[in-house]
Design a protein around this ligand. Structure first.
Ligand code: KIV
Length: 283
């Protein structure tokens, strides 16, 4: 790691952080740009380009090699939430509530959401669920905790749903998803993530609910888009249909490490320019 005073490229701009209210006001306007972030240097780079940074529980799969998001705990989310808040100056930072920290009761949800905000400096929490979570969302929002909903494909319910397949590809599946989105929006969520649904349903949900709908695998019809940053940067071999790889950083990393390893083995690195000399010598 660099030891320069600003190792993350954090600039001197004053913090002028977006709020949940700012995001809510973007309904129907210029699409809302969102990405996941888990660490300070990445957050600092994404911040300039994004309206919202989600500290997703996908951190468990992306950084810790878990095979689902179910094993992520609140402490992990708080640790990464703090790191992201250090790097973000303008985007709204949202902390994902991990599985098992909000479903039991609205009081449990409040206690843990309050920790997520007060211990990180983030501006909102996200939780998965539809009609069954509406009362909880209302409880939180009335007590000063901005909530981003998450309906459609809900990764924390992978066992109940039996996988990650897209939803709403048959009209008979539409009503429960639409009802979930409406219930969460009417409970005071400032926006709703809609994951893994067919385009006509995404359009219907976006036209129906009053708050912004942020799609992931939910077509271009939504009010905004979110992706897992490492997916769109090409850091993983698997590539779901809904992900566009905007870079191939996985390959770039492999190439760079290959070069490093060859140069070390050939004693070409470190070169003269990377080598400290005695004070007073010529170079
Ligand atoms: O955890 C996460 O990264 C998410 C997004 C994929 C929406 O929930």
């Amino acid at each position: 790691m660099s030891t320069s005073p600003k190792p993350y490229g954090v600039d001197a701009r004053p913090k002028r952080q977006a709020t949940a209210k700012n995001i809510a006001a973007m309904k129907g306007g210029t699409p809302i740009v969102c990405l996941t972030a888990y660490i300070t240097p990445m957050a600092a780079r994404l911040d300039k380009h994004c309206d919202l940074l989600l500290v997703g529980d996908s951190v468990g799969m992306v950084l810790y090699g878990m095979d689902s998001t179910l094993g992520v705990d609140l402490e992990t989310m708080i640790r990464h939430g703090r790191a992201v808040c250090r790097g973000a100056k303008q985007a709204l930072v949202v902390i994902d509530m991990p599985f098992g920290t909000y479903e039991e009761s609205k009081e449990q949800a409040f206690r843990n959401a309050a920790r997520a905000l007060s211990e990180t400096g983030a501006g909102a929490v996200k939780l998965e669920g539809g009609v069954e979570m509406a009362e909880t969302v209302s409880f939180l929002t009335k007590r000063g905790i901005p909530v981003l909903g998450h309906v459609g494909l809900m990764p924390q319910s992978v066992h109940a749903h039996g996988g990650y397949a897209a939803r709403g590809r048959h009209v008979e599946e539409w009503d429960p998803i639409l009802e979930d989105a409406v219930a969460i929006a009417e409970s005071g969520a400032f926006a709703v993530v809609l994951e893994g649904v067919a385009e006509p349903l995404a359009r219907k949900v976006t036209e129906t609910v009053a708050c912004p709908v942020i799609g992931i695998g939910a077509s271009n019809a939504c009010d905004g888009q979110i992706l897992v940053t490492e997916d769109m940067l090409g850091l993983f071999a698997i590539n779901p249909k809904f992900v566009k790889r905007f870079a191939e950083l996985g390959q770039s990393i492999e190439d760079a490490i290959g070069d490093y390893s060859s140069e070390v083995r050939a004693r070409n690195f470190p070169g003269d320019e990377h080598t400290y000399k005695m004070k007073g010598s010529d170079s």
